[in-house]
Every structure is written in structure tokens, then in C-alpha cells.
Ligand binder design. Sequence first.
Ligand code: GLN
Length: 481
Amino acid sequence: MADAHTSTALAIAESVRAGRSHPREHLAFAWARADDVGAGRDGLNITLWEDRAHSRHEAETLNADRRTGPLAGVPVMVKDNLTTLHLPTTCASRVLAGYVSPFEATSVSRLRAAGAIVVGKTNMDEFAMGSSTERSAYGPTRNPRAPTYVPGGSSGGSAASVAAGIVPIALGSETGGSVRQPAAFCGIVGVKPTYGRVSRYGLVAFASSLDHVGVFGRTVDDAALGLQVIAGADRMDATSIDRPVPVLTRELADSLCGIVIGRPREYFPDRLQPAIRARCDAVLAQLSALGAEVRDVSLPHTELAIPSYYIIAPAESSANLARFDGVRFGRRGAGDSLAAMYEGTRREGFGDEVVRRILLGTYVLSAGYYDAYYRRAMAVRALIQNDVARVFASGVHALFTPTTPTPAFPIGAITDPYEMYLSDIFTVTANLTGIPAMSIPIGEVDGLPVGGQLMAPPFEEAGMLSLARVIESVVVGGGTS
Ligand code: GLN
């Protein structure tokens, strides 16, 4: 197992099920790798919380069900906004310092029930607000592929844990691209399922109509396996959808005849970096050589996606974050009256970006501005939903685009919040519409990974993942420009 950091979850689980290896060995490899790459606070700053004694105990005492499960003995990492028993859940915020949840997120319990061992909680932008994992109360995470660069965000710690070879699978969350964008920046696979496909129970709410739990893997098969395990109805989340989950880990199609892939022109603007356009077009050319029809399509309201997202998401977050008042969760600030205590808790507890979102959200929901901003943003959201529905109704099976307009940027390079918001220009549409989407590595530009994005109709994760497998197989070896 010398190459344990490149082992897939599929291979680990198979060897544990066959009795060829013990979960404790895989856990030991995850720790050794984390120590080698410097996953701690002074290094890549990937892991916020871990409890090695507890994880070891879990690995030693895995019951028969878990030892034979689809993720038997697979070490996994979990973003710090998914609640876990035994480990803190802080959303990388001072306001939740020391908070340990009395219940566990459904996605995490399902991983455990399938045999996975939680290795730790990963760094993130505070409350998942950000695109670089620089806005954490615990300092930035570094990109394992280029440590002076950001890993993307907000699920940057989870993406980095997979890219660094510590774990084969990690959970992240998405409100506007926080799994796909860091997957692209770190050169791994990141999947956001259809809204409702995976329970949000135990995912600390940012913007409830946009929030999703997502999965990272080094390979498409591992990401599919992780998604397979966590997907499906959950009575603890009223928005989870009671619909059978098909087999997501199915075989490669050998021909793409009859498959129509849309290339939305708004995602290939003139200003797109030529090397990114070239990588995407090379992938599309290969898909067409395998028999797919590549069709130019249009999603005309794409340029309104960021403006409407940055009204709707802050509006919902201002309501969701009202609960952090020093009474119910985490840390209590100083103050000699109730109001002063609330104010002290929130002023000391929240970072600047979170404060910006709460102020913006409160403003757009205020009586005087609701119609001008929030109502209008919701109308734009409906236009974007119509664009997407129309393209898929015209016979397109999937859309292919760049995941991000640029590769990873250096830590500290983007200080203007609006410029940061633009990193999600190609990803937010899938959150506003709830469709499944994913990022797959498609090569490198100037030594940094680049991701290609697939978007599919609602509940078509299986088709999207099989197409991703084809892309993965054609990109291998031919991806550098
Ligand atoms: N970068 C976006 C934001 O800051 C999306 C974050 C996310 O998907 N959680 O809101």
C-alpha cells in the first residue's frame, strides 16, 4: 500500500470487504499523508478539527454492517459546516468556536453507515461565503498543487484534502459553486447533485433555496460512489425528494451516438482566457469524435445570474444567520444588557464578509427596497430557470462549459469582493435552477489545473456521471497546454 495516497475509495472498500486490509491501516495512511503534506494550521491548513483517538476507536470497532458496506474502511473528510457528533462544527467562524452539535448531518451519518471513517473537519470560508478559503477565522487553506495559490472555495479544505491524497472522498457544500470551483482549482472531481437529491439536514444553512451537499473525489467513480451513498429521501429534510436513486456507478458508454451536448455561447465569452477555451474545445472535439453531437445553444440571461444570486443568497443568509445571537450556539460576547450581548456576540463573532452579506441581505429585504431588489431578483431567477428548461427540452442531454473563467489565483491577489464574486460566474446558474452539475479536470494551464463543467437536467446525475467518465478517460495523458 505504498501508493495509498492514490488509492481510490473503490479499491480501499474492496480490500477491506475482502479482508485483505484493516480500516486502521487506511486511517494510518490518511494521517501519515496529512502529516507529510503538512495539513495542519502552519502548513496547507486543511484540517480544522480531528480526534485521532476517536477515529482510531471507530476503525477498530467497525461492526459487520459497516465492514461490508460500499465505503468499508474508507477515510473521509467533512466540511466544517456539516454537523458531526464528537467533532466541533464551527463553519470556520469565531461565532461558533467550541460548538459541538448534538446531532449529525444525514449525509455524514450515511457515509458512516456505509463504512466510512471521518478523519476530520475541513477549513472553509466562514459560513461558506467566499470563493477562495481565505475568509476563514482560522486563516487561508493553501492549494496542494501550488501552495502560494488559493484552493478555491468555499469548500477549499475538503478539495485540498482530496487533492493532497489524504482521503479519496470528502464532503463539501454548494450555494453558488463551492464544490465545483475548488474542484477545478485543485484538479479533482466535484459534484453538486440536483436540489433535493441529498438531504440538507445538518448542513448549517447559508441560503436554504440554493444550498446543496456535494462530493469531491479524485476520480469520477469515487465521487459517484460517495454521492450514491448520501443520496435519497430523508424525512428530516422536507425539501429532500422521495425519488429512487439510480445506480450512479455504471459502466462507460462505448459510443456517444445520439448524445447531444450543448455548448452555451454565453459561457465562452470573447474575454475568456484562450488556453481555457482551447482545453474545453479540445474536450468537445473528442466527444464529437466519439459520436456525440455538439450543439451551440444559448442561455441568454446568464449575465444576470451573479447579480440575482448576490441578492437572493445574502437575503436568505440574513435570515438564517439571525440564530447566532450568543444565546443558543457557540460563543457569547460581552455586554451588560441583552441587546448589548447580542451586538457584542455578532460584532466579535462574524468576519467582514459575513457582516457584508447580512447587511446587504437585510437591506434588500427591507420594506422600502424589497420590490426593487428581492422581488426583481426572484423574477430574474425564473428567467434563468426558463432558459435552462428550454435548452434541455430541445433535446440537449448535457451542457459543457469551463467551470471557472481562470485557474486558481495567488493567495491575497483578489481583494475586491465583486471581483471575487465573479469566480462563480459559470457555476451559480446550477444553484439558482437546482440542476445537477459537476467539475472534471481537463488539463492544466501554466501548471495550474483547469476544470470543465457538465450540467444536466434535474435528476439526471447518472447520465452526467457517465459522460464525465468518458471525459476523464479521454483527458488522461492529453491534458496539458
Ligand atoms: N462564492 C459564492 C459565495 O460566496 C458561493 C459560495 C458557496 O457556494 N457556498 O456566496
